[in-house]
Design a protein around this ligand. Structure first.
Ligand code: P1T
Length: 377
């Protein structure tokens, strides 16, 4: 079954009881049992919820996995994946990634005895050189937030399997429509479903998918034991959103490509980061593992003053954290999403005071271009 059909049908068969064509919202905390030990397979809603199960089945199919597990946020999903590890284990993590994931690793998980090495994954030797006897996981995001760098997933998967480590990939920016890390050798995929999977800036949600039965069993155990689960309504909204993921992503990517092409030659832009541009240093690699380049663009405006002027002058692009909704957003990573990344590391990555990140929505592209034109003038 092709992607668009999977998105609309898997986990979304008409309701057995009533024939309802959308999955019912089971807003319940528990389930009546007929007698002690005699129930319908549903016991308590932290452990199982029918609406959640349907969404998990849909997402697992979209990511070419065998199972998926939903969480109350992307950060809760990342945290639960990290609980596969034990004190003394070591993780090789991309240094260029969402600031909140860096914060979780460096300020929370490290206190529980998990060691992290942060490396530039564009150079595979950095990954190889960081491996220790205790390395149990390689963790990356691609494209990265906000610098849009690409990790060679096939190559890093080969390194991970050669040392018996798991490869975990945050697929938030690409979505399974454009990139399926499990098909390229990853063991686990993580999403902030708050972004494109939710797609309408109206929920906070996370998801983890895997294609390994041993990891599926362990993740299911952790989902229940840790309990960072979402409410059923968020799962219902995600199922609703899954049905249009392919249409939305095509438009996000087409609009972003048109905008990146226009911005690239604009005199106010000092640098532009979009993997769809042939000038992106990793464009060929991106094209080899992604079927489209997504809706995220970062631009360097040269100074905090310029960044402030442009973000305040934009009218359609709303100044806000987050991304991946139908409406265009603009974000200033230094003061918003990446404030917890140390200054020296930010400088190395190129996350400067003048860097601005665009989440290109699915509005009419001519209106978006006109908005950028007036704000940059
Ligand atoms: O916000 P939450 O749903 O908890 O997801 C965290 C997260 C994980 N991974 C990536 C790649 C992300 O971008 C995020 C959240 N990012 C933002 C809020 C942002 O504006 O970049």
């Amino acid at each position: 079954m092709k992607f668009a059909t999977t998105a609309i049908h898997i986990g979304q068969e008409p309701d057995e009881l009533t024939g309802a064509v959308t999955v019912p919202l089971y807003q319940t905390s528990t389930y009546a049992q007929e007698a002690i030990g005699k129930h319908k397979g549903w016991e308590y809603a932290r452990t199982q919820n029918p609406t959640r199960s349907k969404w998990e089945a849909c997402l697992a199919a979209l990511e070419s996995g065998i199972a998926a597990y939903a969480f109350g946020s992307g950060s809760a999903a990342v945290d639960t994946v990290m609980r596969l590890l034990s004190a003394g284990d070591h993780v090789v993590m991309a240094e260029d990634m969402y600031g909140g994931t860096y914060r979780l690793a460096s300020k929370v998980l490290s206190r529980f005895g998990i060691d992290f090495s942060y490396v530039d994954m564009r150079d595979l030797d950095n990954v190889r050189n960081a491996i220790r006897p205790t390395t149990k996981m390689i963790y990356t995001e691609t494209p990265t937030n906000p610098m849009m760098t690409i990790t060679d997933l096939r190559a890093v998967a080969a390194i991970a399997s050669s040392v018996g480590a798991l490869l975990v990939v945050d697929n938030t920016f690409a979505t399974p429509y454009f990139q399926r890390p499990l098909e390229l050798g990853a063991d686990i995929v993580v999403h902030s479903a708050t972004k494109y999977l939710g797609g309408h800036s109206d929920l906070i949600h996370g998801i983890v998918a895997t294609n390994r039965p041993d990891l599926a069993e362990r993740l299911q155990f952790l989902q229940n034991a840790v309990g960072a689960v979402p409410g059923p309504f968020e799962c219902w909204l995600c199922l609703r959103s899954a049905k249009t993921l392919h249409v939305r992503m095509d438009r996000h990517a087409a609009n972003a490509m048109a905008i990146a092409t226009w911005l690239e030659s604009h005199p106010a832009i000092k640098a532009i980061h979009y993997p769809g541009l042939p000038s992106h240093p990793q464009h060929a690699l991106a094209a080899s593992q992604m079927s489209g380049f997504g809706g995220m663009i970062s631009i360097e405006l040269g100074s905090l003053e310029r960044a402030r002027h442009v973000t305040e002058a934009l009218r359609l692009f709303c100044l806000a954290e987050s991304l991946g909704g139908v409406e265009s957003l603009v974000c200033h990573p230094v003061s918003m999403t990446h404030g917890s990344v140390p200054l020296e590391q930010r400088a190395r990555l190129g996350i400067t005071d003048g860097l601005v990140r665009l989440s290109v929505g699915i509005e009419d592209v001519s209106d978006l271009l006109a908005d950028l034109e007036q704000a940059l003038a």
